[in-house]
Structure formats: structure tokens, C-alpha cells
Write a new protein. Sequence first.
Lengths: 343, 343
Amino acid sequence: MDININEIARVAGVSIATVSRALNNNGSVKEETRQKIQRIARELNYKPNPIARGLSRKKTDTIGVILPEMVDEFFTEIIRGIDEEAYRTNNYVMVASSYSQRNIVETLLEFMGSGRVDGLILMIPQINDDVSTLIYKSKRPIVLLNNNIKNNKFVSFNINNFQGAYNVVEHLIGHGYQNIAIIQGPEGNIDADERYRGYLQALKNHNLPVQNSLIIPGEFNIKSGYYGFIRLMSQPEKPDAIFTANDMMALGVYEAARTSNIKIPQDVAVVGFDDIFLSRLLSPRLTTIHVPIVELGRKSMRYLLKMINNQVDPKKSYCEELTTGLVIGGSCGCKNSTAPTLF
Amino acid sequence: MDININEIARVAGVSIATVSRALNNNGSVKEETRQKIQRIARELNYKPNPIARGLSRKKTDTIGVILPEMVDEFFTEIIRGIDEEAYRTNNYVMVASSYSQRNIVETLLEFMGSGRVDGLILMIPQINDDVSTLIYKSKRPIVLLNNNIKNNKFVSFNINNFQGAYNVVEHLIGHGYQNIAIIQGPEGNIDADERYRGYLQALKNHNLPVQNSLIIPGEFNIKSGYYGFIRLMSQPEKPDAIFTANDMMALGVYEAARTSNIKIPQDVAVVGFDDIFLSRLLSPRLTTIHVPIVELGRKSMRYLLKMINNQVDPKKSYCEELTTGLVIGGSCGCKNSTAPTLF
DNA sequence: ATTTCAGATGTAAGCGTTTACATTTGCTTT
DNA sequence: AAAGCAAATGTAAACGCTTACATCTGAAAT
């Protein structure tokens, strides 16, 4: 706040232009002068004012991150990935968590319209037309997270939910289970839909019939798992394996199984999706799909920075799907777990 | 980026000064003119450039948050509290998570020196002299989180660890347990120390002897709980109750108890600290101490904003301790749980 | 010795606001 | 009608930086 480029210039006996050039290593400055200016700047503990710089350069070295209200682990890891990359590249991260009361569109506009950020990483449960238009017209680059819109209009990074679901269901099939149930995630939710697709495809590719009685709607929470399980097990055609659309639901399944004295995996196998920390605590350890969230954050950020720096065409759409990994616990019937131990 | 105050002025046929005054509702502007300018601004979808404004006002409406690598839940909730308050007051939040590789002092300097933020919320595991000096000399207000330094130099908001620990241990004493063990948190960690103090004080106030064999050092992780438990139960003087310095450790205790066929709470009672989500999944439900993290974030932010706006003297030290709450599960021996159910 | 030219440096405009100060306007008071 | 005054508006500087353009310097080329 105190000491600025003028002061440096005064002390060094040169003009502010030279100081600016010397400190930014652009333009030509005699080596001797450059050294001197840099020394003085260091001695006076000069920090360029990023606001002034931002005004002049029309660049703030700040990117905005808008995230929905979400599971702790996801939130933390996505931020970690982004922050890591930001730190590496001398950028700053501005967060806005769009908790229930927050108006996404408004927040978005605010972020975009103003010169506060150079770009945006945006994750929204579902994109309506308003938001879509906004994104499309945005003057600053935007990377979408986990929003598998296949319209070739946006830039997005996603977890490959389809592949993950396919793999875990295939794993169940490999065990010989014939009646594999699914407790689905919320309708309209992209993750949920893709996981469901993966489930269907796996059955199909292995010539297993799709049984409607084994397809239970649900939400991404414990309760849905609990009641889904009860519903499944109280009907005549019981499953021999259950794929819950996420780990939280699997938790509910475990709970329901415990109270109804049904053994996992002896009586029924269970697999989840997400590989949340909690799943390690279950007994038997849950077989699930690991999702590389930190990596998702990192990659999105990396790509966004490329867009900002015009290393890729910011107008070109791009879509990347991150591969998930099967984490084998005991809940599928496997003897040898590939899962990390509790500690 | 496109349409600025000059444009508005041009269209309205007034000077930019009048526009500025009209839009900021300060200075005197004829009502009619004000209306007109505001209408035009709205029609042209004008957004003031916060960077330019920042340069002029020397205020960015942005606050920085520096957090250590931490438990997901804590991280998420603290940010939520801060973000909520920021949103309410039209401020922005810049995060820097000081993951292992990040140099705190450097980050701190960067944030402070530059005019990037108006103030800082800072949480660091331990404050050394370097950092302490930095904070003390800072030109911008800083609120410390959970850093119970009693030197009356800083502004800090803390969880009342002492009171929480005291309460939960007293609760155990109320059950009639006489040999209450503690598995401590890491040495030098302020939270851990305070929780230990609370434990000691509770014993003392109820005339129970402090038994060195029942005081086990540890870290805030599952492993420490696990081995701490084994160590406690393999010595001649076994505890009838164990207070683990946090819930993660309690998890380890449960795990160890399970494998050694020791029943909680019949054979030994267990209580934790933090009320993490995980603790709800334990069977019996863990008795623990709830810590108001979101509230901690909210209050810190609120106070920081007051400092920034000079509604409190930013130079005056201030310390607030947030009260924790006892969450009763079954692990202490209670029949009736006060804990929220799983779903 | 003069010209040429690249490298070094300086000057000043601009980025989009806010705001101190100056000026104008129009109403009240005499 | 003149004076006085508050309200309304305008002018221009300032915030701290970057950068286009202008100028200067000195060594190489003639």
C-alpha cells in the first residue's frame, strides 16, 4: 500500500516505465539497471499492486469457482485440485458456493460481468436455458464440471460415470450374480442417469435381462438406500446383488441389512459409487468406484488457464471424461480387497 | 468490459461524476437525474468494474481465507459459514489452502502486501514468531481461527475446547466411571492441549485421581485410536471409559474394540470430540462434542467485516470462544440418545 | 567523421472508477 | 432586482500500473 512503482523509480533514479519493464522482464532494459531495480524493489519490499495491474492489463490472475451445495469430500477435493494448480501458476481462486438461497444466475452474472475473474469453473446440478445462454455469451472462458452435455457447445470435464458403473456391474456379473438390482440416483441428475446407463449396458452386453422389479428409484442419500433395500428384499424376486448409485445409499443398505439380519455379501452383494472415506469403514469394506476428484479440479483448472492464455481456442468446445477405478472391498464377494486399509 | 461509466454519461448527457454519484447514491443528485441514470444503467446492463473501483477506493470487497490442509467436513463448513456471510454482505471470498507444499508465510505476505483483499481469515496449526510478527504488523485486519493465543494481541475466534472436553468427561463421571482414560491429540496442538486441560479439570473438580497410565499420547487419526486402545486394554489398570481427543480416534478405538471383542459401552465407555458425520454411523452411536464450525466461520467473517468497516477498532484485540454441545449417543452408556438419527 | 540502427530509457496516455474542488443553477431572502 | 446559499453538476486529479510511442545513446558500418 505504501511503496509503489514511483518510489522505486525515484530511488533508482529511472522512470517508472523502466521499473515496470525491469520487474516484469519484458521490454529491453540494460542488465545493470535491471539488477539494480530488482535489488531496490527487494530491499524496499515492494509488492506490485495487483488491482492496479489488473486494471491496466485487464487480467486479474483470479479465477472464480462456483459450486453447488455438495458433499464435503467432493467439495474439499475439487477445491484442492483447483487450488494446487492455481498456486503453481500464481493464480488466485475465488469461491462461491451456491447454497440453496443463492441465485446461480445472479452469481454467475456478477462474476462474469465484472472484471473480477479471468475465467470460471462452474458446476451446476442442471443447466437450464437461462444459464446455458449466459455461458454461451460469456466473454470470459468457462469450464463446466460434471455436466455431460453432449451438445458440443461448452467446455466440460466430467467423471466417466457410465464407464464406472459399467465396470462395477460387470464385476458383479463376473461373480456370477444374475439378479442385479440398482437403486438409482435422482431423476434428471446427470451422474445418476449415466450410472444407470452403465448398469443397463453391462447387463445387456452380458445377456442378462433387465428386470423392472430390480430397478428402484432413489436419491443420493442414506435414506434412499435404506428403504430401497427394504423394498427390494421384501418382494418375491429378490436380487442377489445391489448396485447403489452412490456410496451414501450403500450405507443405508448396510444399515437396513444389519437390522434385517441379512448378510453382505453372503445373502446379497452390494456395490456403490464414489469411494467416499466412509465406505472404508463398512464391514465388509464396500466395493465401489473411485472418482478422481482432485484430478478433475486440476485438469479443469489447467484447461481453463490455457483458454485464458489463448493456448487453446476459448471458443472451441471441448469435453474430457476422467476414468474411474474399481475399488474392491469385500461387499461384492471378493476375498482379496484392493482397497486401501483404514490406516 | 464493454460498457462503462463514460458510456452511461454520454447516453445520459451528464458527466461521469454525476453518474458515479447517482449509481452509488452518494453526493447529491437531482432525483430526476438519478432515476434517469439508473434506468439507463439498467437498460445498458452496466456493471461497474470492481477492479477500477478497487483501485480508486482502495477496497476490493474481497476477503482472503487461508486454511491448513484439514478434514473435509471442517473445511467445507468453515467455508460455508464464511461464504454465507460474504454473500449477504456482497463480499467475495478468496481461498488459499495451505497444503503441505504451500509456504504459509509467503502466501500470507502475498495476500497482505498486495491490495488483493481487504482482510484475512487465517487458520494455522501453530503460529511461530515469523507469522506472529507478520500478523501484528499487517496493515489489513486479520482474524485468527482456532488459535487460542491468550496474549491479547490478536483477534481470534475459537471453539471452546476446554469446556467441551470438560463437559464430556464430566458426563462420563456422572455415569460413575472412575478410571477415565484419555487418548490425546498431538503435542503442541492447541485444540489437543485444551481438550486435555478440560479432561484434567473435570477429574480434579470431581476428586478423581489423575492416573498416568490412563493418559496416552496420540495423533488426531484412526491409527492412534486403534493402538491407543490396544495399549490401554493390555495394561493391568484398565480404564472403564475412554475419552479420545477427536472422533477419528474414536473410530480407531471402535475398530480395535471390535477385533478384540470388547463391548462398547458394556466393557468400556467411549466418547469423542467433533461430532463428525462418521460418528453417527458407529454402533453404538458415539457420544461426542458438537463443534459449531459453520457458526465459527460466520462469526469470524462478521467480525472481520466490522474491522474492515471500522465498526470496531481493528487494532483492538478480541477473542471469542464458541460454546460446544454434548451429543449423547450410546457409547457412554446412556440409554437415550440426543443425537440426530442417521437419516 | 558521419550515418545507421538497435538497444535503453523516458513521456505520457490509458485502464474505469471515485472524489475534492470548482462552477453553475435556481430558489429564497432582502 | 440583487444577494446569498444550497443543491446539482462538471472538471480534473488521483489510484498504481502497463505500454505505445518518442527520444536518446553509443557502437558498428561506412
